[in-house]
Design a protein around this ligand. Sequence first.
Ligand code: TXA
Ligand code: MG
Length: 352
Amino acid sequence: MNTIIKKVDFINPEINEDVFLQAALIIKNGGLVAFPTETVYGLGANALDPIAVKKIYAAKGRPSDNPLIVHISEISEIYPYVKDISEKAEKLMDAFWPGPVTMIFKKTNLIPAETSGGLDTVAIRFPENKAARFFIKKAGFPIAAPSANSSGRPSPTRASHVEFDLNSKIDMIIDGGYAEFGLESTIIDVSGEVPCLLRPGSVTKEMIEDVIGEINVDKAVLEKLENGEKPKAPGMKYTHYSPLAEIIIVNGDINSVVDKINFLVKERLIEDKKIGVIATEQTKDRYFCDNIIIIGDRNKPEEIASNLFRVLRKCDYLGLSKVYTEAFDESGIGLALMNRLKKAAGYNIIYA
Ligand code: TXA
Ligand code: MG
């Protein structure tokens, strides 16, 4: 399959209407189109068409029990597809939509089992990104879209990442530049009595609790699950975001971390491996290593979060086999950042 790649202006998508019409035609005919959002790129298909949705699983190599997020372009579009919207859910919709928050509702029969992974709930997201919304509007139906990476790889924050993973497996990529937040949306389950955070993101637990009071947090957000334990978001059980390199997080006070990483790098170099270090602006000049990748400013967690997946992909691009990374503070967006980094490292953490 030849994958069509077209650039669009994500601030004024109307000026590229022809590209969106072409994408809409492809998706109406059951095809797959990757598109930009403010979190990561999505791989879209018609959420109401089981055959189209199955193609997403095939292209990504995704297990079929891992449900997809359904994307809309207006709040009013959700009503045919969800049931029993609680007052708290309405408050969250008012506060955070459009934006990087996905909510889990009880579903109606219009959502096929292929889209919801056989569950009786459905994940809905109303993205802020104008190109995403323009595309959904032109399609005229809700769009099911997981992140547009091959299953297990870091999520794509650039069209080039999508191309690397899925070229010739999908019909089209709409290139709308880089994804602003760079981490996938916050997922909150509002289908039960007490809302529950299933995946942390740039809208933080604190921000949600400011709007609706205390919420629960699924164990999978905070720690590695034991064998046999199941997260509420099926996708949280899979190894994720992994570059080919082995990632090791070194935690502790920053001076000890730098010393420890320098010690480990020196030791490993004898083993003749290609070693890298993920460093910050503050520490980049303190490492003795040929491959230093700068992830951002230690005092700007948003910047670090938005660079994380690109940096993980760069580890592969450089052909590294082992990469040491500093750890980051887990408050606010740091919870989402460290959740992704720990998964990328397979929870391999050393204390300095
Ligand atoms: O930011 C995002 O959310 C991006 C963009 C493209 O919108 N999408 C994304 O999709 O990250 P994906 O498929 O990579 O992650 C969806 C997560 C998975 O962990 C999945 O298990 C969970 O959402 N999920 C989907 N439907 C669910 C449901 N009904 N109940 C619980 N978890 C659900
Ligand atoms: Mg994903």
